[in-house]
Design a binder for this molecule. Structure first.
Ligand code: AKB
Length: 313
């Protein structure tokens, strides 16, 4: 029987699907969802929920003790576009929440931690194509700086205190159940909604901006596989590169036009263009593949088919 799991930030884009998948796998009462606000009806009905502020150590500790939590997935974060507007709030949320969870693990109150990093750890001086696991990073966004610092702290807590912390660098994630919020890759979700609602979409990135992306089912499978892998297989304790597909706004529009021939895309790049331009176009994820068997299943056209089918419902 699996020991209880706590998801912090369970109502966000990743947290919602992760919570439901972990509940299917381990049983509803074994997975405690928590967030600063309530989530979708489907999530709220699927099992126990606690209102919880990820920056409040004492409140997290109370929940951990009450439910005898063994593993924590820390999904609360401020994403790239919003973080540029509120740099200090982003830094405080992204770093303090991580320290809270790492310190609980250091004091042996929990035994395993998942913390998401991002392709945002890379910067304008990083090789753009097939970006290696270890390379120049120098992130130029507040969000990227917080994620890179977080990676350093994760590795430090593993090496110094033996904390079993695991992480992946998520690319842009595409899902139909919960909207993303405040990211630079959000266009790749909005576009499907607008294609069905209006038959047209004005994209905030330029037509040839190629970014790494992933369908949510693949991201959830990667996350759970990494957490289930034997500790000795996990050689990277900062965060793993995780690749799947890469495409531009023009290419996703073409994929949508195969289902909706009249769909129109136009382009009005805003401040998010500079963020996107600083990120890789594609990712070398050899280490994740070799060490814990990562393999993506969804390409762009399969993602489009799934998105349109489910959003139509
Ligand atoms: C964002 O766009 O900020 C996120 C990310 C790539 O981490 N989706």
């Amino acid at each position: 029987m699996h020991k209880p799991i706590l998801i912090i930030g369970a109502c966000g884009q990743i947290g919602t699907e992760l919570t439901i998948e972990l509940r299917n796998k381990y049983g509803s009462d074994k997975v405690i969802a928590s967030d600063i606000r309530e989530g979708s009806e489907a999530l709220m009905k699927s099992g126990p929920f606690e209102l919880l502020d990820a920056t409040n150590y004492a409140a997290i500790e109370d929940v951990v003790m009450h439910y005898e939590i063994d593993e924590v997935y820390l999904m609360a974060a401020m994403l790239s576009a919003t973080a540029e507007k509120f740099p200090m709030r982003a830094w405080n949320l992204n770093m303090n929440s991580l320290f809270n969870v790492l310190n609980l693990a250091k004091d042996r109150k929990i035994s395993k931690v998942f913390w998401p990093s991002s392709i945002a750890v890379f910067g304008p001086n990083t090789p753009k194509e097939n970006t290696p696991q270890n390379t120049i990073m120098e992130p130029s966004t507040v969000y990227g700086i917080s994620k890179q610092s977080g990676e350093r702290w994760c590795e430090y807590y593993f090496k110094k205190y033996g904390v079993d912390v695991r992480s992946v660098r998520y690319p842009g994630l595409i899902s139909w159940k919960t909207m993303p919020g405040g990211g630079t890759t959000d266009y790749a979700v909005e576009i499907y909604h607008k294609a069905l609602e209006k038959g047209a979409y004005e994209c905030f990135l330029a037509e040839n901006t190629k970014l790494p992306m992933m369908y949510m089912d693949d991201a959830i499978r990667a996350t759970i596989n990494l957490m289930d892998s034997p500790a000795e297989h996990i050689k990277v304790r900062s965060s793993y590169n995780l690749g799947s597909m890469s495409f531009t706004p023009k290419e996703i529009a073409k994929s949508i036009q195969k289902h909706l021939p009249g769909f129109q895309i136009s382009y009005a790049p805003d401040f998010r263009q500079e963020i996107a331009d600083s990120w890789p176009s594609s990712i070398d994820d050899r280490e994740a593949r070799e060490q814990w068997g990562w393999e993506p299943k969804f390409d762009l056209d399969q993602t489009t088919a799934e998105m349109l089918k489910n959003l139509r419902k």
